[in-house]
Each structure stands twice: as C-alpha cells, then as structure tokens.
Ligand binder design. Structure first.
Ligand code: AKB
Length: 326
C-alpha cells in the first residue's frame, strides 16, 4: 500500500491531486504538505493528514517522511513562470534546491518521486509545432531553465542512485477548484471566472498566441497513471511531453461565447508574459507518452469549456444570468 507525501498540496494541482489520491489509496495514506504562506482549504485539511513542509529545509522533509513512513513523494512545490521572472533567485532556490532536497530524502528513505516539468523547458530555437519529445532545449526563462535542470537532476538521481523518479511536461492547466498563481497560461483559467461574473475579459496575451493546454482531470490522471505503471516500461522516465489541446485566446473566447453569447474579450498585452509565451511551443507531440505508458487525454476544447462553465456556474452561484442554459 502506498504512503504518499505531496509538497505544494495547497496549489492548483496539489489541492485536486490530494483528494484524488485519498479517494484511491485511502485518506490516511496521503499526507498533504503545504507551505505556511498558502493555507489549506477546509476540505484538504479535514479529509486527511495535513503537515507544514518547508522544501528548502531538508530536515523538515526527512522528519515528515520518517514519521509517516512515506514511500512516494509528489513534489509539486514550485514558482511558476511569470512569478519566477519577477524573482529569479528565489525561483532557482525553490525550484532547484527544493527538488535537490526532495531527491536526497527520497534516496535516503527509498521513496519514488513524481516531478512535474513543463512546456517551459523549450525555447525559441525549438521546433514550434508538434514539438518532439527529444529536440533542441534552450529555454530563455528562469522557470524553463529550472525545470530543464530539474529533469536532468532527476535523470542523474535515477542513474546514479536508482531513485525511482518519474514525470511529465505539463502544458497550461485549466481547473475550477483552485486558482493557479503566477503562470503565463493562467489567462485560460481567469477568462472563465470573468466570463461568468462580468461577461468581459482583458487578456494579457495576443489573440493568436497558441499554447498547449489540459483540463485538470486529465492532468491528475496522468500524474497518477505514470506512478503506477511498471518502471521498466518507462525508458524516458522524466519529462514526458503530454498535451490534450492547443488553442489561442481567440479560439477559447469563441468557444466560451457559445455558452455566454454576450461575452467579449479585449487585449492588453503584458510584454513579459507575451515574451514567455512566444518562446514556448504552439503544440507538443506526445506520442512517446502515448506509446510507453498509454497516455490518453479525455477532454478537448469544447468538452473542457462545457465542463468548466457548468462547474464554475455552480461554484460562483449567482452571477450567471448571462449564461445560456447548459
Ligand atoms: C506556467 O504558465 O508557468 C505554467 C506552466 C505551463 O508550466 N502553467
């Protein structure tokens, strides 16, 4: 039976992954680890063990792993791309030193590790369309540099110490439970909140900026699935390209308008976010993940949009008089 620790459990992925893992393995088997700066929701705290984990303090991680007899760590704590650009040194500390600490603890206590990488590992010299699994990687953002270094560190710990590290390159993630924070792809979540509450949205990216995206249920499925397959079938191990859809803000707005006809988008480009988005692929090729461990997304753009609007409508309650009946 797995005993799991999740770092960054109060974040966008962690808050949903914790509940999904508790449903599968039992609530006492999954320890949610949060940072003091981001308190847990009632649901997260009440559905199983919650601890404060400070990833920059290796003792804090070891203590929890030992006390709870952890054998698997989902290491989600990280700074996202736009925030990382504002504070590159902190991003390096959190994203690299934090990962090194987790890998060292995993090595000492024989834990498996899940490492979430990102489309950010690619840069402007990478082929932009259907970006292959293995290709040119010269990221120009500190976030991308930290994620690419993270992938290499994971490879190193696997080959040198046999630490069972696995991971994927997530695209932008869209969800209704917990807001993302400080990412370049956050617009694809914010747009739904604003569409429902105000029927208007001011987008920080140009209307024709294509990026890979994924609905959270698919991201959770990927994170759970890759940790369950036989490791001998994972020659790539970390940094698997995975994607579910590629769209630009204009196409997302058209899809939302099908449900909220009065919805309007204007564009006020944030230069820093646009530069980051322009350096990332338009779309990734995820054939290697499909072939090696059976990766298969469920949600496309229309399916995700319909579900997001249905779920957010329930969550946000009142302000939904402009929404066409689903
Ligand atoms: C970000 O925008 O920084 C993240 C990512 C694509 O890794 N959502």
């Amino acid at each position: 039976m797995k005993k799991i620790l999740i770092t960054g459990a109060t974040g966008q992925i962690g808050s949903e992954l914790t509940l999904a893992l508790r449903k599968k393995y039992g609530s006492t088997q999954v320890v949610a680890g949060g940072h003091p700066s981001k308190p847990p929701s009632d649901n997260l705290k009440e559905s199983g063990p919650f601890v404060i984990v400070e990833c920059l303090d290796i003792e804090s991680i070891s203590k929890i792993v030992e006390e709870h007899q952890i054998d698997t760590i989902y290491h989600l704590a990280a700074l996202l791309s736009a925030n990382a650009e504002k504070n590159p040194k902190l991003a390096w500390q959190v994203n690299i030193q934090g990962l090194l600490n987790v890998l060292d603890v995993a090595n000492s206590y024989h834990c498996a590790v899940f490492f979430p990488s990102s489309i950010g590992v690619f840069g402007s010299s990478t082929p932009k369309n259907k970006t292959p699994q293995n290709t040119i990687q010269r990221p120009s953002t500190i976030y991308g540099i930290s994620k690419l270094t993270g992938e290499l560190l994971c490879d190193y710990y696997y080959h040198k110490y046999n630490v069972d590290v696995r991971g994927v390159r997530f695209p932008g993630l869209i969800s209704y439970e917990t807001l993302p924070g400080g990412g370049t792809t956050d617009y694809a979540v914010e747009i739904f909140y604003e569409a429902i509450t105000k029927s208007r949205y001011t987008c920080p990216l140009k209307e024709d900026t294509y990026l890979d995206m994924m609905y959270m249920p698919d991201a959770i499925k990927a994170a759970m699935q890759i940790m369950e397959v036989d490791g001998r079938n994972l020659p790539q191990r970390v940094g698997y390209n995975i994607t579910a859809m590629s769209f630009c803000p204009r196409e997302l707005a058209i899809e939302i308008k099908k449900w909220i006809p009065r919805f309007e988008v204007e564009y006020n480009v944030d230069k820093s976010k646009q530069a980051i988005a322009d350096s990332w692929p338009n779309s990734m090729n995820d054939q290697v993940a499909r072939r090696e461990w059976g990766w298969q997304p469920r949600y496309d753009l229309p399916g995700m949009t319909k579900d997001m609007i249905e779920k957010l409508k329930l969550k946000l309650g009142n302000n939904r008089h402009h929404i066409k009946m689903l």
